[in-house]
Ligand binder design. Structure first.
Ligand code: B12
Ligand code: SF4
Length: 596
């Protein structure tokens, strides 16, 4: 079946259309709140290669960490204008669990303004198909795709083009208003090399944000090149989607699939050879980067020689064996990211069902220090299963980590259907209704995603004392307090310790509120030292008018004049070329239950 996709990819569409005089059919794919969006960037070229089809993609608003930027009336108007103009026969939306209300609204606008068949696909429908197929939930979408979409959508579009019945295509569920047809899932794509590369800067792309539409792909201006070299993860931590995917995809093929080194390098070379290329680093967004010996033995020397850019990769601590670290260093890794997630073996093994011990993690961290590899650790706070003892264990554990320490701290989020969510419901920490609330999901994956210290407990942290310990961990992870002070405050029994404890808790709350959540950056260069980068990036984000001149001074001092010119040019272009539109009022999150 994969050969079918490859053969489709190989056809010369334009020539084929001319020879058969087919009137091209337009298809639109929509990704919400993410300009990178791997699924849309891969699915559009898959569809576009089908004979007689013109595929377009709309990136409806971009994702900014910890900010919720609701669509404005103007943005909706721009969206409607595009779809009316393209008049597509099929429109596909890709969504994560939190974006149901946004997609429901878009579906409503599509149905009001076109006759297109509307499909929903992505993580949300794959996790909870029974819910997403309902018209009350999806605002009238006709079909959902459960699981991987490349083959299913190819077959669907071909059937529609040829006027054939499309109701029995694997992976699709159909709601025709009277009955729901549920087709079984087909096998996963065994060989990822057969897929097209994620595409950047195609003329059929539209980006909607800040009350305007942009046609030039903003991702091309980004200095980092994102690339996915695999799908799936061998582990099954119960706070992660992989724990559910192992069940959903059971029996449908090998879950972890990795592209060949040749195929990955080819994609990188193609992108880096683009005129005006600005990529200075590569970010491998795989859940767990390659650790298979023959693969890494080929990847490391070839990447160094043929690409040579510093890169980031994510691992599970268990997969980071000394031989792999050596290879990664050879290849030129800029930093490795992996999850410590907790400092307690009980929380890791029993609550998160994640293998490994803190002793192993410490050995690994010191090994990486020996190899001079920068690391960003992931840590989960606001976990409703933590106790005073487990949080104290975590504090002690952090003090043992090599310095400088760089953390990425999240606030635990219970996604529908995940193993940990079921555990939390059973333990009475959260109700099924709270998990199912799209409104809360949107909040918890935007403004509430990163941990922020709080003066008073939240429902998740249960007691004020647990909240304070969480706050103090935040302060340590942001490098705002000496370990000796924390040890004295947390483990001491004296009155002085108690005072110190409340003092550092207060400091965490003030810093957290003034500077915002921790932004993880490695520690090189003047502005990137310790907590400096965190403050600097938040400042940049919040106070642009002051930040721009400061950034210009920084670039002048470091002699990056070309970069300075590029940025000045970009700001001028953005300000003067933007169509002057009256800004539409953004809806508040509470207004998102809307169908009129
Ligand atoms: C890489 C990644 C990122 C990247 C890029 C995200 C992106 N949208 O491309 C970055 C770092 C930016 C990121 C950010 C976030 N992420 Co993320 N991310 C991932 C990761 C590891 C892989 C996603 C991916 O690219 N997969 C490869 C693509 C090709 O697969 P796919 O998206 O599933 O699409 C296939 C099918 O679903 C289907 N399909 C998809 N769309 C459509 C549409 C149609 C019409 C059809 C027919 C089919 C179809 O076909 C596709 C190809 O086969 C996943 C984990 C995972 N295994 O999914 C988490 C994951 C998606 N992320 C998650 C979260 C929570 C986030 C954030 C909200 C975190 C945050 N607050 O910062 C943001 C949200 C950003 C956003 N708005 O998209 C959660 C989502 C949970 C949920 N239940 O919804 C996941 C599942 C991880 C987890 N915690 O379990 N993420
Ligand atoms: S190792 Fe990472 S990607 Fe894999 S299951 Fe655990 S959290 Fe998810």
């Amino acid at each position: 079946m994969i050969e079918e996709i490859s053969s489709i990819n190989g056809t010369n569409k334009k020539a084929a259309i001319q020879s058969t005089n087919i009137e091209p059919i337009n298809v639109v794919l929509i990704g919400v709140y993410q300009y990178y969006n791997a699924s849309i960037r891969i699915l559009r070229p898959v569809i576009d290669k089908i004979k007689g089809i013109n595929a377009y993609s709309i990136f409806y608003k971009k994702y900014i960490g910890n900010v919720y930027n609701a669509p404005t009336a103007k943005e909706e108007e721009l969206f409607v204008n595009i779809i009316k103009k393209l008049n597509p026969k099929v429109i596909g939306l890709s969504l994560l669990s939190p974006y149901v209300e946004i997609c429901k609204r878009l579906t409503y606008l599509i149905k009001q303004n076109t006759d297109a068949l509307v499909l929903w696909g992505g993580v949300g429908p794959t996790l909870e198909p029974e819910l997403h197929i309902q018209h009350e939930i999806n605002g009238g979408a006709d079909m959902i795709c459960v699981g991987e979409g490349e083959l299913a959508i190819t077959q669907l579009i071909e059937a529609i083009r040829d006027g054939k019945d499309y109701r029995n295509i694997q992976n699709f569920w159909i709601n025709d208003g009277e009955k729901i047809t549920k087709n079984p899932m087909g096998p996963m794509i065994p060989d990822l090399d057969t897929l097209p590369f994620a595409e950047w800067g195609h003329k059929n792309m539209f980006f909607i944000e800040h009350d305007r539409v942009i046609k030039d792909d903003p991702e091309l201006e980004n200095g980092i090149f994102y690339i996915q070299t695999s799908r799936g993860c061998p582990y099954s931590c119960n706070f992660c989607i992989e724990s559910t995917y192992h069940n959903i995809y059971d029996g449908l093929g090998k879950r972890v699939r990795r592209r060949s080194v040749e195929n990955i390098l080819k994609e990188l070379k193609t992108q880096l050879a683009r005129p005006g290329n600005r990529k200075k680093r590569v970010d491998f967004v795989d859940e767990v980067f390659g650790s298979n010996a023959p693969w890494i033995d080929e990847f490391a020397p070839r990447y160094k020689k043929e690409i040579g850019l510093p890169f980031y990769a994510k691992y599970h601590p268990k997969t980071l064996k000394p031989a792999i670290i050596k290879r990664m260093v050879e290849a030129g890794i800029a930093y490795i990211n992996f999850g410590l997630q907790t400092g307690s073996d009980y929380i890791r093994n029993e609550v998160y069902e994640r293998p490994g011990t803190k002793a192993e993690a410490l050995t690994l961290c010191w090994d990486l220090k020996k190899h001079k590899v920068d690391v960003v650790y992931d840590l989960i706070l606001d976990n409703d299963f933590e106790t005073k003892d487990t949080l104290k264990e975590c504090i002690e554990f952090i003090t043992k980590l090599p310095k400088p320490r760089c953390f990425n701290i999240s606030s635990l989020k219970h996604f529908p259907g995940y193993g940990l969510t079921e555990k939390a419901i059973k333990a009475g920490h959260i109700t099924r209704e709270e998990v199912g609330s799209w409104h809360d999901q949107m909040l918890s994956t935007t403004t509430e995603w990163k941990f922020r210290p709080r003066w008073r407990k939240r429902k998740k942290t249960r007691t004020n004392q647990l909240q304070r310990l969480n706050n103090i961990i935040f302060l340590m992870c942001g490098n705002h307090v000496e370990d000796s002070v924390v040890k004295y405050a947390v483990f001491g029994k004296s009155l002085g310790s108690k005072i110190a404890f409340h003092y550092i808790n207060l400091k965490a709350c003030i810093i957290g509120n003034l500077i915002g959540p921790i932004r993880p950056y490695h520690n090189k260069g003047f502005f990137n030292r310790g907590s400096w980068n965190w403050k600097w990036s938040y400042f940049l984000h919040k106070r642009r008018l002051t930040a721009y001149p400061l950034m210009a001074i920084k670039l002048c001092l470091s002699g990056e004049f070309k970069e300075l010119m590029f940025r000045v040019n970009k700001i001028i272009k953005r300000s003067f070329n933007a169509k002057r539109v009256k800004p539409g009022k953004a809806k508040s999150l509470d207004e998102w239950n809307i169908m009129e």
